[in-house]
Design a protein around this ligand. Structure first.
Ligand code: ZN
Ligand code: ZN
Length: 361
């Protein structure tokens, strides 16, 4: 569990970035960032942070819930929140107000700008909170471990339902059901179940297409538990794979293991990506690897750092990232293998317990 003190400490750390950024306050509009800084899990809120005070604005639906979850001041507003924010800016005499430039609508921005007191300005900010979120605390890592375990348990269970004739949608439904049964609050994203040729679409939606013998089956799934996400992909075969696909599977697995070996505190986030591409090049499959090697995850399924080409972020112990190389051949199929891993001082810990050896059902 994340404690009240943790939320307070996070707000202080954030407020320490205000002076160098020439801010006296920050309006936090992204719900995952609001949750990170206050503990609030509702769907409507704006958090106004100054070095001396934090106030969460929400609506009466969350009056009881916010009192239970949030340690800072809460103002419950009937109706739209923005007029109350404008009044708050006036009453606290805020002048240099930061806002999350990628997390606010054009309409909201315009409303605030038009209602600012004389002399006050809105200053766009990017990734102020996201960069704090990159390195996870031990309590956050525990949440992710739980999400990862639930994910793997549900996958294991769902494998029992894999047989020729079952539809991708039915399999996805079993996966989602067991994730919840085993403790998840829901899937971290729409579960991907893609069989045969459809596995060539990296983000295929489960369809009414039936799984058939002698085809491969790609499953990409994530569980949310205590607010934190897991992410895992496995590709399994129904019946003996053709030698070409067996070879491709081993190449992707070798690439994934090479990328994992490159993960360590102090290395640039493009190093694991380079390692994976180098392996795939040996089998002429590097051009079939069309996305980046991985991404950070936590309160959101995709968050910084990105693990990809030209990525300059330096990996630090406590970051949790995915390693997920894949190859996709149009009209034929695709293979991806993905684990959730924790960056450590000497390397990394693979959190995902599900085996990766070629599985034939
Ligand atoms: Zn995934
Ligand atoms: Zn992923």
């Amino acid at each position: 569990m994340i404690s009240t003190d943790d939320f307070k400490a996070r707000r202080s750390l954030l407020a320490a970035t205000f002076e160098p950024n020439k801010l006296d306050s920050l309006l936090v509009t992204a719900l995952p960032n609001i949750r990170y800084l206050s503990g609030f899990t509702g769907s409507n809120g704006i958090l106004c942070i100054t070095p001396s005070e934090s106030v969460l604005f929400t609506d009466p639906r969350y009056a009881v819930q916010s009192a239970l979850e949030v340690s800072c001041k809460v103002k419950t507003i009937a109706g739209p929140l923005l007029p109350a924010i404008a009044r708050h800016i006036k009453s606290r005499k805020l002048r240099n107000i930061g806002f999350e430039q990628t997390r606010i609508s054009f309409n909201s921005y315009n409303f605030l700008r038009e209602n600012l007191p004389l002399g006050a300005v809105l200053l766009p900010q990017q990734d102020l909170i996201e960069s704090l979120r990159m390195v996870k605390s031990p309590a956050e890592i525990d949440c992710i471990r739980r999400a990862v375990r639930t994910n793997s348990k549900a996958f294991q269970k769902a494998l029992h339902f894999v047989r020729p004739g079952v539809t991708e949608s039915a399999l996805a439904a079993e996966i989602d059901y067991y994730m919840r049964r085993y403790g998840a609050t829901g899937p971290a994203f729409e579960t991907i179940v893609a069989s045969g040729q459809r596995a060539a679409l990296p983000h295929a939606r489960p369809s009414s297409h039936s799984v058939a013998s002698n085809q491969l089956l790609l499953i990409d799934m994530g569980a949310v538990q205590d607010g934190y996400s897991s992410d895992m992909t496995r590709t399994v075969f129904l019946g003996m794979p053709a030698p070409k696909w067996k070879k491709a599977y081993n190449a992707v697995l070798e690439a994934q293991l090479a990328a994992i070996s490159a993960v360590r505190q102090g290395v640039r986030a493009d190093k694991p990506d380079l390692a994976a591409r180098k392996v795939l090049k040996k089998s002429g499959l590097d051009r079939a690897f069309t996305h980046s090697t991985g991404h950070g995850l936590g309160l959101e399924i995709h968050e910084p750092p990105r693990v990809g080409r030209k990525e300059k972020t330096i990996l630090q112990a406590g970051m949790v990232i995915t390693i997920e190389p894949g190859i996709y051949i149009e009209g034929e199929g695709g293979i991806r293998i993905e684990d959730t891993v924790l960056v450590t001082a000497n390397g990394c810990e693979i959190l995902t317990p599900t085996p990766k050896t070629l599985t034939i059902i």
